[in-house]
Write a protein that binds this ligand. Structure first.
Ligand SMILES: Nc1ncnc2c1ncn2[C@@H]1O[C@H](COP(=O)(O)OP(=O)(O)OP(=O)(O)O)[C@@H](O)[C@H]1O
Ligand SMILES: [Mg+2]
Length: 282
């Protein structure tokens, strides 16, 4: 089957979620296809994290349907999602800083049906696997028993992603994995995301950074105040348009004008200038 014709691995139909009087999501629908990277874009508070928390079994939707490989699901916890191969890497990673890399690598992946292969924890084997898997990502760990807390942010993200892929994730959900990273480390993570895709893993990638989204995204879903503005391919959404839609280009312009009104203040004028440069760059 062609990539575009493939049936969705995940699908939500008209999902809504309320927190008291806050409407976090309103009738959001989307589908994720095997082997694609879908970037989930939107401003702060748009509902991105809420949506992926529903997908990963942290929250339940108040309305709407959720299907995995065409079958309706009702997850009670993230374990239920994981059992179907839906793995999520959060920004505040579920890792134990004082524990070593390989211990963390196998953390929470005790053998259950179709998930993990170890009956007992074999440290030597674990170290070898952790080292090999990290090497595949281009990260050379000298000592797999090195405490995770001593790794850099990008290296920690990489351990979390490598672990999910190693344990057979079919869907990898990444909530802003590159936001705290420098250019080189973000590159490492992005390269690995591309690699996971080439192995047929479907990826949902949340980012505020259009320069991270554009090169690896196959399709882009844009959320705005809890609603989806739609899902677009690269052809449908040129880079400049995407950047405008996601980063509030108009707001930057408005702010620039506001600051101009105080332009006898040299500091504010300088700020307006730099905003002008920024919106031009966007
Ligand atoms: N547990 C909660 N209780 C109450 N309100 C919540 C809760 N979680 C999210 N919200 C609200 O739902 C809305 C969407 O939040 P969400 O975290 O999904 O946004 P986001 O798109 O991930 O934003 P950001 O880019 O800042 O991470 C916000 O108004 C937020 O305050
Ligand atoms: Mg969020």
């Amino acid at each position: 089957m062609s990539k575009n014709g493939a049936s969705p691995i995940l699908e939500v139909r008209s999902i809504s979620k309320y927190f008291g009087s806050v409407i976090a999501l309103q009738e959001v629908s989307l589908e994720l296809r095997p082997g694609e990277v879908m970037c989930l874009l939107g401003d702060n508070g748009a509902g991105k994290s809420t949506l992926i928390k529903i997908l990963s079994g942290v929250h339940r939707a108040d309305a709407g349907e959720y299907l995995v490989e065409g079958v309706p699901v009702h997850f009670e916890s993230p374990r239920d999602a994981l059992a179907l191969g839906i793995a999520t890497v959060y920004q505040d990673l579920a890792m134990i800083p004082l524990m070593g890399i390989s211990r963390n690598f196998f953390l929470g992946s005790e053998p259950t049906a179709g998930w993990g292969i170890f009956k007992r924890f074999d440290m030597k084997r674990a170290n070898q696997i952790a080292r090999d898997e990290m090497a595949k990502m281009g990260i050379d760990i000298r000592d797999p028993e090195q405490a995770v807390g001593t790794l850099s942010g990008g290296e920690r993200q990489s351990v979390a992603i490598a672990r999910a892929v190693y344990f057979g994730a079919k869907v990898l959900i990444l909530d802003e994995p590159t936001s705290a990273l420098g250019v080189k480390q973000a590159g490492t993570v992005l390269r690995y995301v591309a690699k996971a895709r080439s192995q047929g893993v479907a990826v949902i990638f949340i980012t505020h950074n259009p320069h991270h989204a554009y090169p690896i995204g196959d399709r882009f879903t844009i959320l705005k105040r809890g609603r989806t503005l739609g899902t677009f391919t690269k052809q449908e959404l040129p880079r400049e348009e995407m950047i405008r839609m996601m980063s509030g280009g108009e707001e930057l312009e408005a702010l620039e004008h506001e600051l101009r009104e105080f332009s006898n203040d040299t500091m504010l004028a300088a700020m307006a200038d730099s905003l002008h440069e920024e919106s031009k760059a966007l």
